[in-house]
Design a protein around this ligand. Structure first.
Ligand code: GRF
Length: 202
């Protein structure tokens, strides 16, 4: 099977990006990371890309005159990659409608909560505050609404007595690092079929 071209967008630490680099390097995923895009010149993800010989494109949000100008530059750069798949790995901006529409079924995100619960920022804190007994992560395709696209995989973890945002986030992160490479592998193996809200795994 021909390897799929994967472009990654990350704004920070990049541990999910690292999990993808490791899985692709181990041959678990029939795909390769062809570029890291970041909006943050200080993102630790940049070091991870350099260590893995993955080209980095920094589109420093602060250097653009407007959100629209930034989005246009990002869209043009994304088109140039000819990537099959775009992976949001801790990308801290909401993708504009034009970008989402340009790559239907080709942008994935991971969210640290069991969607549709606890969308937006601090999913883990929302789970602790709400008092749920089970939390987890969700990998989904990106559509025009925040944390709302068709769900590919979910993994759950218990919420334990005494948990705070950080202890729960650490427990969820372990599952994220399994779940995201698995979903990306399924995509790269052409095994994901989107039917409305339902993602079928062939
Ligand atoms: C993860 O918790 C992910 O679910 C969320 O942002 C965080 C990114 O972490 N979307 P990292 O940068 O991959 O370490």
């Amino acid at each position: 099977m021909k390897k799929k071209r994967i472009a990654v967008l990350a704004s920070g630490r990049g541990s999910n990006f690292q999990a993808l680099i490791d899985a692709a390097g181990a041959g678990t995923i029939p795909g390769r990371c062809i570029v890291l895009f970041t909006d943050n010149p200080g993102a630790y993800a940049i070091q991870r890309a350099r260590a893995a010989d993955i080209p980095v494109t920094v589109l420093d949000f602060a250097s653009f005159s407007s959100k629209e100008a930034y989005e246009q530059a990002l869209l043009a750069a994304m088109r140039r990659t000819k990537a099959h798949l775009f992976v949001l790995a801790g990308y801290m901006r909401i993708l504009g409608k034009e970008i989402v529409a340009a790559f239907p079924g080709r942008i994935m995100n991971i969210h640290p909560a069991l969607l549709p619960a606890f969308t937006g920022l601090h999913g883990q804190r929302q789970a602790v505050d709400y008092g749920v007994k089970v939390a987890g992560c969700t990998v989904h395709f990106v559509d025009e609404n925040l944390d709302c696209g068709p769900i590919i995989l979910q993994k759950c973890v218990p919420v334990l007595p005494g948990d705070d945002e950080d202890t729960l986030a650490d427990r969820i992160l372990v599952e994220e690092h399994r779940c995201y490479p698995e979903a990306i592998r399924l995509f790269c193996e052409d095994r994901l079929e989107i039917d409305g809200r339902i993602v079928r795994i062939r």
